[in-house]
Design a protein around this ligand. Structure first.
Ligand code: NDP
Ligand code: 8X3
Length: 252
């Protein structure tokens, strides 16, 4: 029987690359996101390319009832989940505290923090029933150091860091691994979303250096997910060569 991974935010960027990586290695995948067309297209492509099953679930992680309804409705065959990757997330805006939009703050907290909590809580009964599981939370270097105009995005990723540490402790009796992966700047749709469709602004973020690519994060998730049962990577910061941390990216 194939292993099963559930990846949130699989319509783009890291999530899409993670689904592709695991499918290519024979894992059945539950993929989620709000953009149904993209989700269905990915499901069709992966199922055509690899000998695996793909279950697309279309919902918004901010909506508590939808999260629980969707996760609780999956059939017994799919409930045998081995890994949950809490990847869905975003930055909305990059403005000074006094200028930042409160709606943007709500969106980031509701998605990056509350969405991750809802998903974890919804999947946990399946892990507890089988006596093992692995939660992989995608944080950020923004959750390690606060940078100029990063305010609430950074706060949401500091929360991911704290929640990961809390889950690691509290879920030990259930033999559930918890891994937080904190990437630095990576070329996905992240900046396009952050700058609300402004392509020039989004592209400028990656000028002058070679950023991480989605496949780099997919490979890292796969590595953490396939270690022996007694080994758990707890906290992993990963950046491109040019980036030392949230403040220092060499563009020489
Ligand atoms: P993308 O914008 O390419 O992908 C984000 C994914 O999250 C999409 O699939 C999107 O799907 C999904 N998503 C966003 N909001 C929701 C929601 N409310 N409900 C369900 N799904 C949602 O960005 P990345 O791949 O870069 O981002 C993935 C994660 O990595 C995020 O948590 C981000 O904060 C983090 N990260 C990104 C870095 C980067 O530089 N790129 C660096 C460090 C961390 P849809 O819109 O279809 O719902
Ligand atoms: C995304 C990376 O540097 O924009 O989390 O915060 S950064």
């Amino acid at each position: 029987m194939n292993n099963i991974i559930l990846v949130t935010g699989a319509t783009s960027g890291f999530g899409k690359a993670i689904a592709e990586k695991f499918a290519s290695q024979g894992w059945n995948c539950i993929i989620t996101g709000r953009r149904k067309e993209r989700l269905d297209e990915l499901a069709e492509n992966l199922a055509a390319k690899y000998p695996v099953k793909i279950l697309p679930l279309h919902f918004d992680v901010q909506k508590r009832e939808d999260v629980f309804n969707q996760v609780q409705a999956i059939t017994a065959e799919w409930q045998n989940i081995d890994i949950l990757v809490n990847n869905a997330g975003l930055a909305a805006g990059r403005d000074s505290f006094e200028d930042a939009s409160i709606d943007d703050w709500d969106t980031m907290i509701d998605t990056n923090v509350k969405g991750l909590l809802y998903m974890s809580k919804a999947v946990l009964p399946y892990f507890i029933a089988k006596g093992r599981g692995h939660i992989i939370n995608i944080g950020s270097t923004a959750g390690k150091e606060v940078y100029t105009n990063g305010n609430v995005y950074c706060a949401s990723k500091f929360a991911v860091d704290a929640i990961s540490k809390a889950q690691r402790i509290d879920l030990l009796p259930h033999k559930i691994k918890v891994t937080a992966i904190h990437p630095g700047e990576a070329e996905t749709e992240f900046s396009l979303v952050r700058f609300k469709g402004d392509k020039a602004k989004a592209k400028a973020v990656y000028d002058g250096f070679e950023p991480l690519q989605p496949g780099d994060i997919a490979d890292t998730v796969y590595y953490c997910a396939t270690l022996p049962p007694h080994v758990c990577v707890n906290d992993l910061v990963i950046t491109c060569l040019a980036q030392a941390n949230s403040y220092y990216t060499y563009k020489g």
